[in-house]
Design a protein around this ligand. Structure first.
Ligand SMILES: [Zn+2]
Ligand SMILES: [Zn+2]
Length: 195
């Protein structure tokens, strides 16, 4: 039911809340994907921060599911987005914005905990997960597990939620890469780095 004389009905309030949750989730994931792409094209930043996220899973499991780097990365991103969306929720009276930010945080943590089922005695790279398809659907846990073991694969796997972000990145990559720190691709095929 649509609002009656400007008075929101229960249904329209619920729809507005769900839309706000989806919007925040989408925007937060977009920000995450772009940052993820940029850190993969910044050798120095990659080396001191993100590389350990990849290194961990390429040996036998010998540490907690989520380490301090992962928790602090996701938590600091969540704090920023919860503060920003709280203001938005207070101004609009729509709780969906702040709920969306909180859900995105929970999703990042659960997503990693779940897909770490691939992290065990047999190193990820030796499990032969297979290169993911260039999908426009949701990023599966296996899609991201493949990212952990093959950070420089030709199929982009930076996204945690909608794989379509990776497809768009692949299309704009020749243009976008010029704005990264390294300014060139890191894609590898058969151990060789491609330009
Ligand atoms: Zn990850
Ligand atoms: Zn990565």
């Amino acid at each position: 039911m649509s609002p009656v004389f400007g008075i929101p009905t229960t249904e329209s309030t619920l729809v507005a809340t769900l839309l706000a949750i989806a919007l925040v989730f989408f925007v937060a994931d977009l920000a995450y994907v772009i940052d993820h792409y940029f850190v993969h094209h910044d050798r120095e930043r990659y080396r001191v921060t993100h590389a350990r996220h990849h290194r961990r899973y390429n040996g036998s499991k010998d540490a907690p599911q989520l380490d301090a780097y992962e928790l602090s990365t996701y938590t600091s991103a969540a704090i920023v987005s919860v503060i920003a969306t709280s203001a938005l929720s207070l101004m609009t009276g729509n709780p969906g914005f702040v709920i969306g930010a909180a859900l995105k945080y929970v999703h990042s943590l659960l997503f990693h905990l779940y897909q770490h089922g691939w992290w065990g005695a047999l190193p990820l790279r030796k499990q032969g997960l297979g290169e993911p398809k260039r999908t426009w659907g949701f990023a599966s846990a296996q899609y991201h597990a493949y990212h952990h073991s093959h950070p420089d694969a030709p199929v982009f796997t930076f996204s945690e939620t909608w794989a379509g972000f990776d497809r768009i990145l692949e299309i704009i990559h020749p243009w976008l890469v010029r704005f990264t720190k390294d300014g060139s691709a890191h894609v590898r095929r058969g151990g060789r780095r491609l330009a």
